[in-house]
Design a protein. Structure first.
Length: 282
């Protein structure tokens, strides 16, 4: 199928990034938020990212103007009626996703593809909440979306081959590298990354080293762009805790179990950069 118009549900950190790259790729892009305050905050994030890129010489003014010209914001799902694909990037809550899918399906054409950017929920379960399980799949982008090259393409058991190909082709058209991932908790990247992050916390609790030395060791010894604790603060301790619990519930393997320190930090409200305090203070 030909994709010309893209809808994005949610204009938060991930949704605004997805909307930005879609508009930058030349698609007419409509991003929907629950209220105007959240919408303007998300659109403002996009404008600032582009303006900073222009100031640093990484984005041309022409590219900035074309991206913004392709971008429209709304609080009404009916405005998504002409979309060929709608990418959902709202909170990780099954009931809220089910509700927004129903609203979208009432507005779009039967052939429109719906995709979820979920990082943890079962794609087949999400597809089953819709009337188009064959035209539903996962498109898992990474933060920050405009800079990270990877997109995991996750089919549900019900996803048609045509839809799988369309999702992969769409991701590639955004300048991303799509990889096929299974519909299992964590998909590929988080399935390997989360146990590493949890192990770092456990070993810190056991006195392996200071937070700073563990981070420096993994950066300079393994060539990682950032150490595990810096990454935990960037991703969000609450997000990591949530994903870890889902993975542990599925597999019941100790390596997926959240360490006690992580649980207590989340309960204390130390979620990382977004709360100005995590393993580091910001």
């Amino acid at each position: 199928m030909t994709i010309r118009t893209v809808g994005v549900l949610g204009c938060g950190l991930m949704g605004s990034g997805i909307a930005q790259v879609a508009a930058a790729a030349g698609y007419k892009t409509i991003v929907r938020e629950v209220n105007d305050t959240a919408l303007q905050a998300g659109l403002g994030r996009i404008k600032k990212f582009l303006a900073d890129g222009v100031a640093k010489g990484k984005v041309t003014e022409d590219a900035q103007n074309k991206t913004l010209a392709n971008l429209t914001g709304t609080t009404d799902t009916d405005d998504l009626e002409d979309c060929d694909i709608v990418v959902e990037a709202i909170v990780e809550n099954l009931d809220e996703k089910r509700a927004i899918y129903q609203a979208v399906e009432a507005a779009v054409r039967p052939e429109t593809i719906v995709a979820s950017n979920t990082s943890s929920l079962c794609i087949t379960e999400l597809a089953a909440t819709t009337k188009r399980p064959d035209r539903f799949g996962g498109l898992h982008f990474f933060n920050p979306v405009p800079l990270m090259k990877l997109v995991e393409v996750i089919p549900a058991l019900t996803t048609s081959q045509e839809t799988k190909q369309a999702l992969a082709s769409f991701a590639a058209s955004l300048g991303k590298e799509p990889i096929a991932a299974p519909d299992r908790p964590g998909f590929i990247v988080n399935r390997l990354l989360v146990p590493y992050l949890l192990d770092a916390i456990r070993e810190y609790e056991r006195g392996l080293g200071t937070i700073e030395d563990i981070d420096k060791g993994m950066k300079l010894g393994c060539g990682y762009p950032m150490g595990p604790f810096t990454l935990l603060d960037f991703v969000g301790l609450d997000t990591t805790y949530y994903i870890a619990n889902i993975m542990f519930d599925e597999f019941r393997e100790p390596r997926f179990a959240p360490p006690p320190l992580l649980k207590r930090m989340v309960l204390a409200g130390y979620h990382g950069r977004k709360t100005k305090r995590g393993f580091y203070t910001y």
